[in-house]
Design a protein around this ligand. Structure first.
Ligand SMILES: C[S@@+](CC[C@H](N)C(=O)[O-])C[C@H]1O[C@@H](n2cnc3c(N)ncnc32)[C@H](O)[C@@H]1O
Length: 433
């Protein structure tokens, strides 16, 4: 018998099941996309991202519609119905196509005994419309613990943060300052028919009106620009980079900030880029190659200094630590399913450990910039407080800026629907003896 590829909704259900079991979309989506002809791939991608984005709201509706949860071996059909509900509620797809093809997908997934249930649930959903969410988890489409933690941490801002997390993020570019002035590149974009404007805070940033494939960007392959959020670009404004400095990017992959550092100051002595992930480190080299930049790459646990450090202290250190990534949920909605409340304490301990280790290899008179893409103070403000308690030599440098919120330790940015992601930055200096 000829091989029958799975219908794309069945593939989407499998992707969601994999995410529920702990894989990120960037891990499991590429092989799923390869199962489809190129013209169907954007639709699969949009469905997977959209269903993750609205997962908790859709699940709240589905649970209200099911008399009892499906048996564990039938869990795939739970996800198939979430995919169909996503299409009914958030896409332009014709209702009859969603209903008929979802029933077909149920059959293709080898669950013919559930076609009646799927049909009944989706017909009722179509007839009755979306029910009012029962709680804030359904209302804001986030896990309960995240809603509660944000409400507790940011009593005046939690709702705005949750709502911003559900928006599609803009596409933002960083102009390679070694190649073009921002205005020059804005002109090139305009000539190419791409609407864009300068970012408000990042000096080399350009925000596009609508996302475009990178191959439509003028001179992209030749290293004219990179895709990077505006908040991430702000790191170079804090590093006070000067010719001749030796700079460490301690958690570097995929290399967005290493490249930004090299572009911001063309005459640095050396940039050392470290990452512990053998899988992610090659991405740094790819980015450096495209931009025609050079850095010394090392795969290591940055905190295990004896395993990689040559004994020469650094003038500048960027420490962009692993974190909950709760400031970039709008770009990675699978974080809502992947992250657990119990992840935060171990993450905070890794972050403090990395900060202590990096501090020990900073030159007297040198500067360390601590960064996360988290909106939880436990990974941000409180890490700096804890560090300062034990390191009374460290000087906290006040960040004078018109972005973010002053936390006395650093500046916290929340995701902004019109511009940047959520981020935190703190700047520490080591006094000369
Ligand atoms: C937030 S990402 C860095 C993003 C990067 N700075 C950029 O702008 O493209 C955090 C990185 O830290 C790496 N990492 C985690 N623990 C590490 C450790 N102990 N030493 C070095 N790298 C680590 C992860 O593999 C991940 O690539």
């Amino acid at each position: 018998m000829a091989y029958q590829p799975l219908p794309f909704r069945a593939i989407a259900a499998n992707v969601l099941l994999a995410v529920e079991q702990g894989q990120s979309l960037s891990q499991c989506l590429p092989s799923a996309l390869n199962q489809l002809p190129p013209e169907q791939r954007p639709q699969l991608q949009a469905i997977c991202y959209g269903t993750c984005r609205w997962f908790h709201r859709l699940e709240s509706e589905l649970n209200q519609r099911l008399k009892k949860p499906l048996r564990k071996p039938d869990r795939i059909i739970h996800h198939l119905m979430l995919v169909a509900l996503f299409q009914l509620r958030y896409s332009e797809q014709a209702t009859y196509a969603v209903l008929n093809e979802t029933v077909e997908a149920c059959r293709a997934l080898d669950k013919p005994h559930l076609t009646g249930l799927v049909n009944g649930v989706l017909r009722a959903a179509e007839r009755e419309g979306a029910p009012a969410p029962k709680d804030d988890s359904g209302r804001f489409s986030h896990p309960v613990w995240m809603v509660e933690k944000l409400r507790h941490n940011w009593p005046d801002d939690w709702q705005a943060i949750l709502e911003a997390n559900n928006q599609q993020a803009p596409m933002t570019l960083r102009v390679n300052a070694l190649r073009f002035k921002r205005d020059e590149y804005l002109n090139l974009l305009s000539e190419a028919g791409i609407e864009a404007h300068a970012t408000r805070f990042a000096p080399s940033g350009i925000q596009l009106q609508r996302p475009v494939p990178v191959d439509r960007l003028p001179w992209f392959e030749d290293g004219a620009v990179s895709v990077q959020d505006e908040a991430a670009q702000l790191c170079t404004t804090l590093m006070d980079l000067q010719p001749g400095q030796r700079v460490l990017d301690a958690c570097a992959a995929p290399g967005g900030k290493s490249c930004a550092i090299l572009e911001a100051c063309g005459e640095l002595d050396e940039v050392v880029a470290i990452d512990e992930s053998a899988e992610r480190l090659p991405r740094v080299q790819e980015n450096l190659d495209r931009l025609d930049l050079h850095a010394t790459l090392t795969q290591a646990d940055a905190a295990d200094i004896d395993s990689w450090w040559d004994g020469t202290p650094f003038d500048r250190i960027l420490l962009d630590v692993p974190c909950s990534a709760t400031g970039v949920i709008r770009r990675h909605p699978d974080i809502k399913l992947l992250r657990r409340e119990s992840d935060i304490v171990p993450l905070a301990s890794i972050q403090l450990g990395l900060l202590e280790a990096m501090w020990s290899i900073l030159k007297p008179g040198g500067r360390l910039v601590y960064a996360t893409c988290s909106v939880f103070p436990q990974e941000n403000h409180r890490i700096i407080q804890r560090f300062l308690k034990q390191q009374n030599q460290a000087t906290l440098k006040c960040i004078e800026a018109d972005w973010g919120r002053d936390m006395n330790t650093g500046r916290q940015l929340f995701p902004d629907p019109d511009s940047h992601d959520g981020f935190f930055y703190a700047v520490l200096e080591k006094p000369e003896p």
